[in-house]
Design a binder for this molecule. Structure first.
Ligand code: PEP
Length: 250
């Protein structure tokens, strides 16, 4: 089954009105109408309206980096899925490893956020991945499966409405990339895990790779059978690098 490649930038907590304006205009200018891939940028929440406005005539899609699991109410500082949808966001990251490790987000909370995104018509991108210690202890699949299974508790059809991003924690922002073979193996095992529950969902769901993807390694990673795109941090802040990755995706 053909899965459309998705190249997603995660800008994290970076940027100013000026720098984001410049970055989006540079990506817009180089986006080519014959590209087969979907291009997404996940901006800091306060800049979402700016990015949504700047991309309104372009194919670039816009997502948030986090959302509340709650619908509304006394949750100071939080941003709900309905607010993100209201301003025109299309996607939202959930369970990024920085949210899990720095802000203590459990897999149960991440699953609630995944459901909250769907409840509001947003497409959640579920980030999963093992630490170096877990990989060295041969626990990669155990960890990744457990992170996915909390969403599967809501149903395979629920998970099937989102996107998965496999991001080995040891490769995020470190310049160390999983080899194409290492990444492919985990992606294939994730798909096989889902296929035990629903062959169609397993065949259709997009599984992105994230972790120091750059213009040099993107082509080989994206050429793997079960790698359906990339979630890109550092390189997504530099228009020419992000565009080069989009070009590598075709
Ligand atoms: C990320 O934060 O999702 C990520 C993959 O970052 P980087 O590309 O910088 O490793």
């Amino acid at each position: 089954m053909a899965r459309q490649t998705l190249i997603a930038g995660n800008w994290k907590m970076n940027g100013t009105t000026d720098s984001i304006h410049e970055l989006v205009m540079a990506i817009n200018a180089q986006l080519e109408s014959d590209w087969q891939s979907e291009v997404l940028v996940c901006a800091p929440a306060v800049y979402l309206p700016l990015v949504i406005d700047l991309t309104k005539d372009s194919a670039i899609e816009v997502g948030a980096q986090n959302l509340s699991e709650q619908a509304a109410g006394a949750f100071t500082g939080e941003i709900s899925g309905s607010m993100l949808a209201d301003i025109g966001s299309q996607y939202v990251l959930v369970g990024h490893s920085e949210r899990r490790s720095l802000y203590g987000e459990s897999s149960e909370l991440v699953a609630k956020k995944f459901q909250a995104a769907l409840d509001n018509g947003l497409i959640p991108v579920l980030c999963v991945g093992e630490t170096l210690e877990e990989r060295e202890a041969d626990a990669t699949m155990k960890v990744v499966r457990a992170q996915i299974d909390t969403v599967l508790d809501y149903g395979i059809d629920v998970l099937g409405q989102g996107v998965i991003a496999y991001e080995p924690v040891w490769a995020i922002g470190t310049g160390k990339t999983a080899t194409p073979e290492q990444a492919q193996q985990v992606h294939a095992e994730i798909r096989a895990h889902l296929a035990q529950l629903d062959v169609d969902v397993a065949a259709k769901i997009r599984i992105l790779y994230g972790g120091s993807m750059n213009p040099t390694n993107a082509e080989q990673l994206l050429a793997q059978d079960d790698i359906d795109g990339g979630l890109i941090g550092g390189a997504s802040l530099k228009a020419e690098q992000f565009i080069a990755i989009c070009k590598a995706a075709g």
